[in-house]
Design a protein around this ligand. Structure first.
Ligand SMILES: Nc1ncnc2c1ncn2[C@@H]1O[C@H](COP(=O)(O)OP(=O)(O)OP(=O)(O)O)[C@@H](O)[C@H]1O
Length: 346
């Protein structure tokens, strides 16, 4: 299986005068893991879909190139058309043909490639079996649920045995329960197909659960690419730290050049030296510190905080707590706390 490489990829839609905007995608370089599952994460408008559309061949880069193994797929001077790339794209709108049955939808791309008869039946049957829709082969899309339609779209993609599968927010139209069960289908699909998958999503929990690698974009730029556990443990910068997990970023006065992971004496001193309303003592630049809710523990020796909110979140309560200087952090509690209460209680 060939490796997909994005090389200084840039897309500038241009525009003149007041309509002039920054490039939608700026100098993105990325060597995808062979047969990996890359989640492309980032705020709305950061350029995720434009990257996907360039990989698929629907948009031409303004600069840079896309390679699949030894083959150059696109650059500023040429574009290999989408149908010659052996890639498949799954959209949130499913894009099924209403007049065809489920089996005909799944088998249509095979028919276009001249595959018919027993070979056609076997590939369509295998694909439907993987997404657990064998019994729905003769129905039309109109009588299926949203999740079933999305599984038909996946089966159609699987049947073509693509090298690369591009998924643009494929679960966006499904409810929470269905999203969870579809994650299993995606995992099985990935294992079975052996394809390299690129998955655009707003949902960081979904990205972390499915991907072998997570890429975070902001304002057209690629900020960080790393496996889920790595990006969770060591996010680079405010944007990635704010997007991954449910942590809060506080600004603290820390000695320069220290370790990235802070131990309690250092953190406690930095938090404790910022009483309400006072300027911080050192006068130097403040550091951004990401505090994860699971790292906040109640201790009588700790920093006094005030409960801003305590919200029931199913298996526990999600707290927002104010530090002495007014900045806030998130924490969890097994019991509800009263708004305005002081913790630890004196
Ligand atoms: N065909 C186009 N012509 C002009 N500008 C475009 C075009 N397509 C996208 N853009 C602009 O490029 C930027 C990136 O858009 P893109 O759709 O790639 O973002 P996104 O991260 O996928 O957003 P979302 O998560 O909301 O779908 C946006 O500012 C968008 O307005």
């Amino acid at each position: 299986m060939a490796q997909l490489i994005l090389n200084h990829l840039t897309k500038d839609f241009g525009g003149k005068g007041a309509d002039r905007v920054r490039p939608a995608v700026s100098d993105v370089s990325l060597a995808l893991r062979k047969q990996g599952f890359l989640a492309l994460l980032g705020p709305s408008g950061c350029g995720k879909t434009t990257v996907l559309r360039m990989i698929a061949g629907f948009e031409q880069p303004t600069d840079g190139s896309i390679e699949l193994g030894e083959r150059r797929l696109s650059d500023a001077t040429r574009v290999l058309p989408p149908e010659k790339r052996n890639m498949a794209m799954v959209f949130q709108s499913y894009a099924l043909w209403p007049h065809m049955t489920v089996a005909e939808n799944v088998g249509y791309p095979l028919k276009v490639r001249g595959i018919s008869g027993e070979a056609w039946r076997k590939r369509v049957g295998d694909a439907l079996s993987l997404v657990k829709l064998t019994d729905f082969a003769d129905r039309r899309p109109a009588v299926l649920s949203g999740g079933q339609r999305q599984r038909v779209a996946l089966a159609r993609c699987l049947a073509t045995e693509p090298d690369v599968v591009l998924l643009d927010e494929p679960l966006a139209n499904l409810d929470q329960h269905l999203r969870k069960s579809m994650e299993e289908t995606f995992r099985a699909f990935h294992e079975r197909s052996g394809a390299t998958m690129i998955y655009v999503t707003h949902d960081q929990a979904e990205a972390m659960a499915l991907a072998t690698d997570v890429a975070v974009m902001s304002e057209g730029k690629l900020l960080q690419v790393a496996p889920p556990a790595e990006i969770y443990a060591r996010p680079e910068g405010r944007v990635v730290g704010g997007l991954i997990g449910r942590g809060a970023i506080v600004r603290l006065n820390l000695p320069e050049g220290g370790a990235r992971a802070l131990d309690w004496p250092l953190l406690g001193a930095a938090l404790g030296e910022m009483p309400a309303g006072e300027e911080h003592a050192g006068g130097g630049p403040l550091s951004d510190v990401l505090v994860r809710p699971e790292q906040v523990h109640r201790d009588s020796e700790g920093i006094p905080m005030r409960v801003l909110s305590s919200v029931f979140a199913g298996e526990r309560f999600a707290l927002t707590l104010a530090l002495p200087d007014g900045q806030s952090v998130k924490a969890y509690s097994s019991v509800p706390l009263c708004e305005g209460a002081r913790v630890p209680s004196s």
